[in-house]
Design a protein around this ligand. Structure first.
Ligand code: HEC
Length: 335
């Protein structure tokens, strides 16, 4: 895992390098043909954006963190600016030949100012990453109502349609870039891109994705200590055992009075659900039983307490092995 500061530092260095390039480009006063080395700037910006992407991916640990945390959002903004700078540099390079000799100097100044402004923006965003509170990584709030689930049965037909739609959209994007750089038939390229993009038929999201909540990818932020697990056990017996049973086997005394039988809170549950979704079910369940929410424990328990209960249940279900698809549970710390 890369640290948040490491990521910020890399972005700041990239911004400073770009600023230096803009400074040099704006000052050189040759009257000859424009020698800005724009292709180098473009290649550099794209290479650095790829490096930053892989650093950010490792810092926030994958797509949920990238899309759902402040660090991820800021990193994506920096990467988008770098990609934009690269594209702009390449586009300007393709236009440089047409600049009249008299206008060379002001043209170059304009390019330098534009790139300098983008570089400053990168430095500002990178500083914002640096200054985020250190727990900014822990809470990733998944921003979509859907998520990809590798266990979802997806038919080959649906995959086929997805790949086809992706290929079509990729080709449309390529044509769009060609239209940007083309000197001739520009509208033809644009029209072809539009036709390709519009004719792509995407499979319905329900076929590939499963319902998700803000907390879907959150994990227990607590240390797996005996104090936390014991407290979780106590809270479980007070708040949950009457329905789910003292041994979490779904045989609580109130079970028979409920319209829906309470779930067994054992290994099968943890195997099939994300921890963050179990948290969501317990903390802010949607109204189910005859319009009445069963859980809604966010009104009764603090977030840490809900996690304590879940950690307790996980220990009950698996012992110290942690369970399939889960990192092994560290042995409880005796404190
Ligand atoms: C009033 C009875 C009742 C209480 C109290 C209760 N539950 Fe439930 N719980 C249920 C019922 C009924 C279901 C099954 C509902 C369903 O499938 O929609 C359920 C489902 C669940 C699930 C979801 C299982 C799944 O399939 O996704 C979890 C997790 C859970 N309960 C945990 C808890 C915890 C932890 C507590 C205590 C903090 C608790 N419950 C307290 C009745 C209760």
């Amino acid at each position: 895992m890369v640290s948040r500061e490491g990521l910020a530092l890399a972005a700041i260095v990239a911004g400073i390098a770009m600023l230096a390039w803009a400074g040099v480009a704006g000052r050189v006063r040759t009257s000859g043909p424009v020698v800005l080395r724009l292709p180098w700037l473009a290649a550099g910006a794209w290479a650095v954006s790829a490096v930053l992407f892989s650093l950010a991916w490792r810092t926030v640990q994958g797509a949920p963190g990238l899309l759902g945390s402040r660090v991820g959002h800021l990193a994506l903004a920096v990467i988008a600016i770098l990609l934009l700078a690269g594209l702009t540099a390449a586009w300007l390079h393709s236009r440089a030949g047409g600049v009249a000799a008299a206008a060379q100097f002001s043209w170059r100044r304009g390019v330098a100012v534009a790139m300098g402004a983008l570089a400053l923006l990168i430095i500002i965003l990178a500083t914002a990453i640096w200054r985020l509170p250190s727990d900014a990584l822990a809470v990733a709030n998944w921003p979509f109502a859907w998520r990809y689930d590798a266990d979802l049965p997806v038919s080959p037909h649906t995959w086929h349609r997805l790949w086809l739609a992706l290929a079509q959209s990729g080709a449309a994007l390529a044509l769009l870039v060609i239209a940007l750089f083309a000197r001739r038939w520009r509208y033809l390229w644009l029209a072809a891109a539009a036709v390709l993009a519009l004719s792509a038929t995407w499979p319905r999201p329900q076929m590939l994705l499963t319902e998700a909540h803000g907390t879907s990818y959150q994990r227990s932020p607590l240390a797996f200590s005996d104090a936390n697990v014991l407290q979780g056990g106590r809270l479980y017996q007070v708040h949950c055992a009457s329905c789910h049973g003292i041994a979490a086997d779904g045989r609580g005394v109130r079970a028979v009075t409920l319209p829906v039988w309470p779930s067994v809170l054992g290994a099968a549950l943890f195997d099939n659900r994300l921890e963050g979704e179990l948290y969501w079910r317990v903390a802010q369940n949607e109204p189910s039983m005859a319009g009445r929410a069963i859980h809604e424990f966010n009104a009764v328990l603090r977030p840490e307490e809900v996690w304590q209960v879940l950690d307790y249940l996980r220990l009950q279900a698996y012992g110290a092995s942690g369970g399939t698809g889960m990192p092994p549970t560290p042995a409880p710390v005796i404190d």
